[in-house]
Unconditional design. Structure first.
Lengths: 327, 459, 315
């Protein structure tokens, strides 16, 4: 958040996580591992337990989700959940077509990406290829402030600032809660992810490659778009997938600004409900733990978990598979 | 080598139409577009800040007139005209700036020859409580402040001296007293201490921050920070939310930091590069990508229901700890990796055991980086809302938690609650609360950045 | 056009300062000889006493592709090269030699404005190219670079197919001819065609170092530059590949002007027609010491420092 810090804090962790994904193997074993005192062994064991904790967290998540999801599918046929686009969990006439929620999630994520991909990529190209170092030293931390703003604040912004503007543009019969304003702030939220991670990938492209292109008489844009961007392709795509997964998992802004209307329409000016918003809605009411509403919460969460997990794995795979190796 | 005659250069040259002017123009246009993209992001961020500042400032700051308790109907600091803050600042500033300088020299004079790190630690342990004690003595003289303050934290009949008050107070009340009332002077003291020790070149940044904070404090309406939520926007405050956030943070750190650092040490210093450690490593990266609300459901089932923590501070903090653990692990690993292998080898070479090497040669150098990562993790946790909603944190808490098993609320949940209401009055105080939340975040991030710069070791 | 070096110096200087500078330093004035010039210095002509650079007479009749006048280059406040004046003869190989850090690469990068890309770098003076000063900001660097190509020390093929590597420059420069043919010709001229003709779709990064370097040369000549700059093109290669590149340079010299930086004296002797010896003096500022036909520089250096360097007693 200070101008002199080249790397903002939030992005740093994301970046190091990504670096983690890229690390093919752990470092070779260290010397001196032979001699251990009883205390040393005790500590070794304790540290080992803390490391395994993360595995238990994953197992815990999967178990918790599976347990209630299985309960749910005991009561509701599989096809009612995955074969329908109608959702009305809170009415007497209950319908659990999860596609309405997946669609709401997808729509907001798509709007978000439509905002964030051009903004983020252009910002990354500017920072990596055009910007004088001093300007970058100012701009990057500011972008990272954007990444550090809590999502509930973005929700407030969507509701109080973005929605009124949308209503001014598209007419007052547009609801204050709509997919567009939620999507736009989700886009803003993920701009720093795309910008920062893509910029990292682009800056990792060796200078010599750029010089080679310049020496053939390329303009800066040609170097950026035809040499650097393709060379950084894997990192850029991975950053976009990570951003998309973040948009899919985003909760507060879409709950506040998206409205609570699970539906399968294509109009971005209408209210929608995402999977996450639905989970919040059901959590806010005091749902009895034996009720079907409580169980469906986990079925939806399971869907969300599988979806985001798949996206993260694809991002890892892309960045590994298509990475160019320069010495 | 075969010589191949190529088309004469001049003939081939005509086949090129470099159109350099046009391409250059396109390139410049492209640059403008890219600049525009950044400008749009900045403008949006600016709009967000302006919107929140405009909406929220009214409720957060006063015009300087004393705010009467009767006018507002109950609170903690309300009997004080705002500039009373000047009072404790008159000592807090010099103490914060001077003590860190005097402390180590004093210790050095009394017990010469201590290693520097012990000197600092003793200094902090001995001098910091002294600073707090001075503060408490000061509060004793400002009786109105003191009595109200004592009442607010639940110590009734506090008319005597501080020892009587402490005698009557329960353990948790004392903790709370310290948390709520001593935090600000302590933070200032710590800042000064840090400034004195860590600065390679002393600069005026930290004193400037202290003074700026003081000026802001002078103009702040103490009411908003010290009131409980209410059905009327004009009466509502964020006292329970701020304290809830603080409680939760303390417990979250206490749980997540040791676990995360432990895992990092294991992975970096002990783990052999086999399938198991690779699996753990991949698993950690994947955990970092799990949506936060899913952690909330995990917390709901495990902490709230199975372990029967109920919807308590403890349940929330444990959930949050799991959520931020991947961040702590990864940044601690990075910090450990910055310690060069030659350091370890040098230590092994003089016959140290593995744990001795880690404890005395690796951890001291990596600790700064670990703390930085910890602060970053905390700043993530402080803004998270969804998992706490999932475990059922309440939004209307008109009391302060007495124990870690009490119900609680936190700032983002309070904000969400207000934003979700239709009345514009609530939107305004939501903005005020956002300002407080963002200020806390900004301070934490600034601390992380300063720390990162101060503790960076160049090998 | 039959001109020798001196007539060129006098006649084609476009700016007044350069002309007067050239005149003052011309052979008609008789400055006191600097101490480090050998006794038989009168075998050559000492051109510019203030620069302490000596030049051999050029006996051939030839055109000048480039004409440097008082070129200085800076990285921020650090001056890398100072006041260099010399010609680059057309259709010849000119070698730049000198110890590490004397500014050879810097000078080479001045020729096609590559230093523009380094923040804080700036170049002063004048490099005449077809009657214009290519250092002039009004001169389009993109155009300059298309016409003055470059091959780098480390091979740097794009992470694209071999075909695309060669076609890239032609594409961006709006080549409208037969692309397949251009790629083939360029690869043939770079003596790479036979080795890669069956796998043009393979990534350029999958080639060996020597092949990569020849690919980079093919890439450079595909845009039909007039001058090719090579910065230690063989330093990363084994002797066989080096020999191939050297042969290639000799061949290319028939149609192109080549400027090559090399650390290898034998190589300079083998491939180059003309040689410039650079040396960094006090404060690491690079200066031109001696320029002339390679034969003369190697057999009859005028400056003691040149002789020391060439015979390996130096740097
Ligand atoms: N990008 C740069 N920024 C600052 N200084 C530089 C830069 N590039 C080169 N220099 C400095 O300019 C001087 C000349 O460098 P240059 O690369 O031209 O030397 P060189 O003769 O090519 O050396 P070598 O034979 O080792 O390649 C050196 O002192 C070097 O430190
Ligand atoms: Mg060089």
């Amino acid at each position: 958040m200070a101008a002199q810090a080249p790397d903002g804090p939030q992005q740093d962790t994301v970046r190091s996580l990504l670096a983690e994904l890229w690390r093919d193997r752990l470092q070779p074993s260290r010397p001196g591992s032979g001699r251990e005192t009883p205390v040393g062994r005790l500590i070794h064991g304790a540290l080992f337990l803390t490391a395994t904790l993360s595995a238990f967290v994953t197992i815990g998540i999967v178990l918790v989700l599976i347990f209630e999801t299985v309960e749910f599918f005991r009561e509701v046929p599989f096809l009612d959940f995955f074969g329908s686009t109608r959702w009305s969990a809170l009415f007497a006439e209950k319908q659990f077509g999860v596609w309405a929620l997946v669609w709401g999630t997808g729509m907001i994520a798509l709007i978000g990406l439509a905002v964030a991909i051009p903004l983020g990529l252009m910002a990354a190209i500017f920072l990596s290829e055009y910007s004088p170092p001093r300007l970058r030293a100012i701009v990057k931390p500011i972008l990272e402030i954007l990444a550090g703003v809590p999502t509930v604040v973005f929700g407030y912004f969507a509701l109080v600032s973005v929605s009124p503007v949308i209503r001014d543009i598209f007419g007052q019969d547009v609801g204050i809660y709509n997919a567009l304003s939620a999507g736009i702030v989700v886009g803003l939220m993920i701009v720093p992810i795309i910008a920062s991670l893509s910029e990292d990938a682009m800056r990792a492209v060796p200078r010599s490659l750029r010089e080679g292109a310049y020496a053939l008489g390329s303009t800066r844009m040609e170097v950026s778009l035809r040499v650097v961007l393709p060379a950084a392709f894997s990192g850029v795509v991975a950053s976009i997938i990570l951003a998309a997964s973040r948009a899919v998992g985003e909760t507060m802004a879409v709950t506040i600004a998206g409205g609570g209307n699970p539906q399968f329409g294509v109009n971005p000016l209408e209210a929608v409900q995402t999977m996450t918003a639905m989970i919040v809605q059901l959590s806010l009411g005091d749902t009895p733990t034996t009720s079907i509403e409580f169980k469906v919460l986990f079925a939806v969460a399971m869907t969300l978990f599988v979806l985001t997990l798949a996206m993260n794995i694809v991002a890892q795979w892309v960045s590994r598979r298509f990475r160019e190796e320069y010495e | 080598m075969t010589r191949v005659s190529v088309v004469a250069p001049s003939a081939q040259l005509t086949a090129f139409s470099p159109k350099v002017r046009i391409r250059r123009g396109v390139s410049v246009a492209f640059m403008v577009a890219a600049l525009l993209a950044i400008a749009i992001s900045m403008i949006m961020l600016g709009a967000l800040i302006v919107e929140i500042a405009v909406d929220g400032a009214a409720r957060l700051f006063t015009d300087g007139a004393p705010v009467g308790r009767e006018a507002r109907g109950g609170g903690i600091l309300t009997d004080l005209p705002t500039p009373a803050g000047i009072g404790w600042m008159t000592w807090a500033l010099p103490v914060a700036v001077l003590l860190p300088f005097i402390g180590p020299r004093l210790i050095n004079a009394l017990v010469p020859g201590l290693p520097q790190i012990a000197e600092r630690a003793i200094g902090f342990i001995v001098v910091a409580p002294a600073a707090i004690f001075v503060h408490i003595l000061y509060v004793r003289f400002e009786s109105a402040y003191y009595v109200e303050y004592a009442k607010a934290v639940g110590i009734d009949g506090a008319s005597g001296n501080i020892f009587q008050v402490l005698g009557e107070a329960s353990g948790f009340q004392i903790v709370r007293l310290l948390l709520v009332g001593i935090l600000v002077p302590l933070a200032i003291f710590a800042a000064g201490w840090f400034w004195a020790h860590r600065m390679r070149r002393p600069s005026l940044i930290i004193p400037a921050i202290i003074i700026a904070g003081w000026v802001v404090y002078l103009f702040m309406d103490p009411w908003f920070l010290s009131s409980f939520p209410s059905r009327k926007p004009a009466d509502a405050g964020i006292f329970s939310a701020v304290t809830g956030t603080l409680y939760m943070m303390v417990i979250t750190v206490a749980v997540a930091f040791p676990l995360g650092v432990g895992a990092a040490i294991y992975l970096e210093e002990y783990a052999k590069p086999n399938w198991f450690s690779r699996m753990i490593q991949v698993n950690i990266s994947n955990l970092a990508g799990v949506p936060s609300i899913i952690y909330g459901l995990l917390g709901l089932q495990v902490f709230v229901r199975v372990l029967e923590f109920e919807r308590s501070v403890l349940a929330g903090a444990c959930t949050m700890a799991l959520l931020v653990m991947p961040i702590i692990i990864v940044s601690a690993q990075e910090a450990l990796r910055t310690v060069p292998p030659s350091m370890r080898e040098a230590a092994y070479a003089v016959g140290a055991t593995r744990w001795q090497v880690i404890r005395f040669h690796v951890l001291p150098y990596a600790f700064g980086g670990m703390l930085t990562g910890n602060i970053l993790a905390m700043s993530r946790a402080i803004g998270e809302t969804a998992p706490l909603i999932a475990i059922g944190a309440l939004t209307f808490i008109a009391f302060l938690a007495d124990s870690p098993t009490d119900d609680f609320t936190v700032l983002p949940i309070q904000i969400f609650n207000w934003v979700a209401r239709p009345q514009a009055g609530f939107h305004e105080i939501a903005a005020s609360a956002i300002i407080v939340l963002m200020a806390i975040l900004l301070l934490m991030n600034a601390a992380a950045i300063i720390m990162r710069q101060r503790t960076r070791t160049d090998w | 056009m039959a001109r020798n070096f001196f007539t060129l110096m006098r006649s084609s200087a476009p700016t007044a300062t350069a002309v007067s500078g050239a005149n003052q330093s011309g052979p008609t004035t008789t400055p006191p000889p600097p101490p480090n010039i050998k006794e038989d210095a009168d075998a050559g002509v000492h051109l510019d006493p203030t620069l302490e650079a000596v030049r051999h007479e050029i006996t051939e009749e030839l055109d000048m592709a480039l004409q440097l006048r008082q070129v200085s280059a800076f990285y921020g406040s650090f001056q890398a090269i100072d006041n260099m004046s010399m010609p680059i003869p057309r259709n010849r190989v000119t070698a730049l030699i000198g110890p590490s850090g004397c500014g050879k690469s810097t000078l080479l990068r001045c020729f096609n404005r590559m230093n523009d890309l380094i923040p804080g770098a700036r170049v002063e003076g004048e490099i005449e190219f077809e009657g214009r000063n290519l250092l002039d900001p009004a001169m389009d660097a993109v155009e300059v670079r298309r016409r003055i190509g470059m091959v780098f020390q480390k091979p740097n093929p794009f992470p694209k197919s071999i075909y695309e590597n060669v076609a890239f420059g032609a594409r961006i420069n709006g080549y409208s001819g037969d692309m397949d043919r251009l790629v083939e010709e360029s690869l043939r001229r770079a003596a790479l065609w036979d080795e890669v003709k069956d796998e043009l779709d393979k990534s350029g990064l999958a080639l060996s170092g020597g092949q990569q370097q020849r690919l980079c040369i093919a890439r450079a000549i595909a845009v039909q530059p007039e001058i090719i700059l090579m910065d230690e093109p063989a330093s990363a290669l084994d002797p066989v590949a080096t020999l191939k590149i050297e042969d290639l340079m000799r061949e290319l010299a028939e149609e192109y002007t080549i400027v090559v930086v090399t650390h290898n004296m034998q190589q300079a002797g083998r491939v180059s027609d003309y040689t410039a010896f650079l040396l960094a003096g006090e404060e690491r500022v690079g200066r031109l010491v001696e320029f002339g036909p390679t034969q003369d520089i190697f057999t009859n250096p005028l400056d003691q420092r040149t002789e020391d360097y060439i015979t390996g007693r130096y740097g």
